[in-house]
Design a protein around this ligand. Structure first.
Ligand code: 5GP
Ligand code: MN
Length: 344
């Protein structure tokens, strides 16, 4: 548990004298980065007047219902305000990322900022140099769980309200596949139970996040599974790819391909799944695995990325065909080297 009293005291000292507080999170926000940002926001505004969330870019539509979402400033849409806030900040929280490059074009702003920088994160191999206070624990399923622990460590659980509870719960369920992944511990369920005891409508949050698909999204997913799924039985691996043209055919919006890779992983016998997505100028790659297969090794060693053992990502500069060929070429060696992790 990273919340030692020494570090909490240092944080308390910084917050006590802080004027402007900024909350940042990684590029291409997901349920955990938005959930942890909003949870921290709704907690801090109870004591502080100037708290602002500054994200590199907008979150997918399925997260826009969250209380306070419309308060989030993005570098993409409002550079002036984000620049002002980062320059004026006394404290900058760095949520759900372990290296400054993960906030994209906001990285130089963070580097120049005079603020005390506070990381709260659960990714492996955190870069400690860019922050002043580091709360990092890769064993914890989500940054949202760490936000709960922070509030608990400051003896502030009585400050939990609906907005905070929904935001924490959103982070918990989106980063754990709804409490499925091995990163879930009894503590995760204790926290969920605590939130429900306090009045959280958990089924409402699940519905808002998971039962809110557009027709286009359902058809895009179905197309990808029907036409684009490749199964490599001998390697217990499946992959899917979508070009820009294919995404355009279904008017794909941000977030529409989220979870696609997990559908490939859900195939009987498949223990590793990959999704190749053509974006502007590069191919984004998502890796997922079950058990102890370390897909973050492939992401790090071959695709300039990283992440968690069972969920990681990377990129390839070039065509989608090249990216797939590169993966297919390294696949036999990876499976051979990691055969103890592939179960019979
Ligand atoms: P996703 O497949 O959902 O985009 O990413 C899954 C996880 O992989 C993220 O939570 C993050 O930890 C990691 N990840 C994704 N893309 C990158 C990347 O470009 N670099 C690094 N270091 N990690 C990434
Ligand atoms: Mn996370």
């Amino acid at each position: 548990m990273p919340f030692t009293s020494e570090k909490i005291n240092r944080l308390n000292d910084c917050l006590q004298s802080a004027g402007q507080i900024v909350i940042t999170a990684h590029k291409s926000p997901d349920g955990d980065s938005v959930g942890s940002s909003l949870a921290l926001y709704h907690y801090l505004i109870q004591e502080h007047d100037n708290v602002i969330i500054c994200h590199p870019d907008k979150a997918p539509d399925f997260l826009h219902w969250m209380k306070g979402y419309d308060q989030i400033q993005t570098w993409e849409e409002n550079r002036e305000e984000v620049t002002r806030a980062m320059n004026d900040a006394d404290v900058i929280f760095c949520l759900d990322y372990n290296a400054p490059g993960r906030i994209g074009q906001m990285d130089p702003l963070l580097g120049r900022a005079k603020a005390t920088k506070v990381m709260i994160d659960h990714h492996r191999d955190p870069v400690s140099e860019f922050v002043d206070i580091m709360f990092s624990d890769p064993a914890i399923c989500s940054t949202a769980q760490l936000i709960f622990e922070l509030i608990n460590a400051r003896s502030d659980l009585f400050k939990l309200n609906d907005a905070i509870s929904e935001a924490i719960y959103t982070g918990l369920i989106t980063d754990t596949g709804s409490f499925r992944f091995s990163s879930v511990t009894p503590r995760t369920h204790e926290i969920a139970a605590y939130l429900i005891h306090k009045g959280l409508h958990h089924s409402r949050v699940h519905e808002l996040i998971f039962d809110n698909n557009t027709e286009n999204r359902i058809r895009l997913t179905s197309y990808a599974m029907l036409e684009k799924l490749v199964v490599k039985d001998e390697y217990k691996t499946a992959y899917v790819s979508l070009t820009l043209d294919e995404q355009a055919r279904f008017s794909a919006k941000k977030g529409d391909t989220e979870g696609l890779v997990n559908k490939a992983l859900a195939l009987q016998g498949v223990q590793m799944a990959v999704f190749f997505k053509e974006a502007d100028g590069l191919i984004k790659i998502s890796f997922r695995s079950s058990g102890t297969i370390p897909v973050n090794d492939i992401a790090r060693n071959h695709f300039s990325g990283g992440g968690h053992k069972n969920a990681s990502g990377g990129k390839h500069v070039g065509s989608i065909t090249e990216a797939i060929e590169k993966f297919v070429t390294i696949l036999p060696k990876f499976v051979e080297e990691n055969k103890v992790h592939f179960t019979a």
